[in-house]
Write a protein that binds this ligand. Structure first.
Ligand code: FHN
Length: 441
């Protein structure tokens, strides 16, 4: 009965093609996300318990893939779920860390490929309330902590599911050997009802799909799911991994009408600007889910330069943290996020709610953004104190005062032969990139 009802429901809702909305409606729906520019990705779940080590052996690869890479059968993996008891988890502290870093949204794994759910789901017992000793609704606590904080709560949700018998993939990712997996039943009586729960209970800003590459998932099913979800929450934003449109890790659509609202480059940044919305997701070390032996942390300078590069190209930056089994964001991540927040408190005007421009850079050390009203160009520069920077693609308004964000010092500048020469003060606001605010001529 449920299956028929769900099928009927999704049939009626599929009649509205939300992908065909007007440009103005789409712009209104996407505007908070475009202005936000910078978000926190959180990969957290039972995989933080082994943290890369299984049966005393290091399991190669990203931490959240340990069940697959370590060839761990479900009963053995469920033992890790039974140990998942993050008593140090403090949702308010996580939201404070994200907000202090200048992150405007959080995308947390409601369910990763292992199928373990971080909320109190009525659709399964394989969740934080029934299968783990923690018995607290992590997503509810985060939703409560985000309310009124200025940080939007969003969810990553995996289409691939290594625990659900009907989601067995002939690509052999799962370890279930279900004789006749019924993907239609998985879609209609498990995947969709769980997503409906997430929308109804937590009102996420974005649903960030992944694991769509299994051969059993199709673009048409992605389009159907997109329309179903938008029928439940019309202002919901959904990434392009809801369907099959993305081009591998480059992440942008292979074809024009692919389902989803934004492209998803992974561990890389687009070569240049794009007419489509996009968001680069990246790790701070080499893993998404926590691994105790991964200490290969990117420097704060690299992370800030990535943010500048992405903003100059008109994208969003979704930067990952992988909390421990105890519920703590690793200290090296917190340190780097603090440095990014300090930098954004000075330079955020050039990052949030700005537009890109075709010539988004000059050389490697100068990137540009433009104020929404087009009145100002922000030149975000990696240079030494006192250095003179010569730019060919800015024309300051005659007699205008150019100032550096975070500094009261006047910037001396001159224009000759079509170039604008600007001399930086002998003392800069930080060891990282500095921003000159230039009134356009
Ligand atoms: O398989 C996942 C991986 O675990 C991680 O979630 C990344 C982040 O988006 N996406 C997939 C790998 O492309």
């Amino acid at each position: 009965m449920t299956l028929i009802l769900c099928a009927l429901l999704s049939l009626t809702q599929a009649q509205t093609d939300f992908m065909k909305e007007s440009a103005s409606n789409r712009d209104a729906r996407m505007s908070w996300w475009r202005d936000a520019t910078f978000g926190m990705f959180i990969h957290w779940g039972a995989y933080a318990v082994p943290a890369g080590i299984h049966n005393g052996k290091d399991v190669k690869g990203i931490g959240e893939w340990i069940m697959h890479n370590g060839k761990i059968p479900i009963p053995e993996y469920e033992a890790y779920v039974k140990q998942f008891n993050p008593t140090s988890f403090d949702a308010k502290e996580w939201v404070r860390i994200a907000k202090d870093a200048g992150m405007k949204y959080i995308v947390i794994t409601s369910k990763h490929h292992d199928g373990f759910c971080l909320w109190d789901s009525k659709v399964t017992q394989y969740d934080i309330m029934d299968a783990a000793p923690f018995k607290r609704d992590i997503l509810q606590e985060l939703a409560d902590a985000c309310k009124g904080s200025g940080v939007r709560l969003c969810f990553y949700h995996s289409i691939m599911d290594w625990h659900q018998p009907d989601a067995e993939s002939k690509k052999g990712y799962a370890h279930q050997n279900t004789p006749n997996p019924d993907w239609a039943r998985y879609r209609e009586t498990y995947l969709k009802p769980q997503l409906a729960e997430l929308i109804a209970k937590y009102d996420p800003g974005v649903l960030w799909f992944d694991g769509e590459w299994v051969p059993e998932w199709t673009e048409d099913q992605g389009k159907d799911l997109y329309n179903y979800l938008r029928s439940l929450k019309p202002d919901l934003i959904i990434n392009n991994r809801v369907g099959k449109g993305r081009s591998g890790m480059q992440g942008m659509n292979k074809y024009k009408d692919a389902a989803g609202d934004f492209g998803t480059p992974e561990q890389e940044i687009l070569e240049g600007t794009s007419d489509s919305d996009w968001e680069s997701c990246m790790t701070m070390n080499d893993t998404w889910g926590f691994k105790r032996d991964d200490h290969n942390w990117k420097s704060a300078k690299v992370l800030i330069d990535n943010l500048v590069d992405i903003a100059a190209k008109g994208g969003n930056y979704l930067l990952n943290v992988g909390p421990t089994a105890g519920g703590l964001i690793p200290a090296p991540s917190v340190e780097r996020l603090k440095a990014m927040g300090d930098w954004l408190r000075i330079n955020g005007e050039a990052i949030y709610a700005t537009h890109s421009r075709k010539q988004y850079r000059e050389g490697e050390n100068v990137k540009f953004t433009v104020s929404k009203d087009g009145a100002y160009t922000y030149a975000i520069i990696n240079a030494k104190p006192g250095e003179t920077v010569s730019l060919s693609s800015v024309q300051p308004a005659t007699g205008s005062r150019i100032r550096m964000l975070g500094s009261k010092k006047r910037i001396s500048w001159s224009s000759e032969n079509g170039r604008t020469n600007l001399t930086l003060p002998s003392k800069l606001p930080s060891e990282y990139a500095v921003t000159l605010k230039i009134q356009n001529g």
